[in-house]
Design a protein around this ligand. Structure first.
Ligand SMILES: N[C@@H](CCC(=O)N[C@@H](CS)C(=O)NCC(=O)O)C(=O)O
Length: 216
């Protein structure tokens, strides 16, 4: 088994591989970085990921970036954990379709709330960017809610897609986005919060946040 090291930032989208590693029962080293402090832009970190983002998974010291790629790698490396569908090309592609949408559709829109000025720096434009991002996020959350109707998990059985969806739900909470209209998504989040893998990852992230705050 290769040596695995996850670079993450508490609460960020790196929680997706963090939960996944816990779900897989993997042995891994967890390295927290502080995005607020700009740790992602240090020369050492940029040597691992020139994009200056979390997550990075080191596989025997070789960096792998992008949540979708890390998800695929972990699912294949830990087949017994059944982290993604395997063996049925259409089921595999449907899972990939949802992961890709999380990464390229949902994340950029809700992510805009965390730095609207990075998308438009015209004077007084932040409110407009946030409003538009909010409208798209509402549409995306409505699609997630529909996807989860009558199901415990996005693909029927638990998969990494559920970890991804859970991260957005948590962000909506931090951002105080009104989520009252998404009852299936709310129940999904409650189920996620009960999983031991999620509890372990969140506890490690809380400890890491406390250490980062102390060091600041
Ligand atoms: N497409 C990337 C997105 C990664 C990403 O945007 N990460 C954010 C945290 S959620 C980040 O590191 N932001 C730091 C920055 O942009 O300075 C992936 O899925 O891994």
């Amino acid at each position: 088994m290769p040596k695995l090291t996850l670079y993450f930032s508490p609460g960020a989208c790196s929680l997706v591989p963090h939960i996944t590693l816990e779900e897989a029962g993997a042995t891994f080293e967890a390295k927290p970085i502080a995005l607020k402090k700009g740790d992602q832009r240090t020369p050492e970190y940029l040597a691992l990921n020139p994009k200056g983002k979390v997550p990075v998974l080191l596989i025997d010291g070789r960096p792998l970036t992008e949540n979708v790629a890390i998800a695929s790698y972990l699912a294949k490396t830990f087949p017994n954990a059944k982290l993604l569908p395997s063996g049925d090309p259409e089921a595999e592609a449907q899972a990939l379709s949802l992961l890709a949408w999380c990464s390229s559709g949902v994340h950029p829109r809700i992510g805009a709330f965390f730095g609207p000025q990075r998308l438009c720096d015209l004077p007084d434009s932040a409110a407009s960017v946030t409003r538009l991002a909010g409208e798209d996020t509402a549409k995306n959350f409505a699609m997630v809610d529909k996807l989860l109707a009558g199901k415990g998990w996005a693909l029927g059985q638990w998969s990494i897609v559920d970890a991804y969806l859970y991260v957005f739900w948590r962000w909506a909470g931090f951002l105080k986005i009104d989520v009252g209209g998404y009852p299936n998504y709310a129940k999904h989040a409650a189920r996620m919060a009960e999983r031991p893998s999620v509890k372990r990852a969140l506890a490690r992230e809380a400890d890491a946040q406390a250490s980062l705050d102390k060091a600041a």
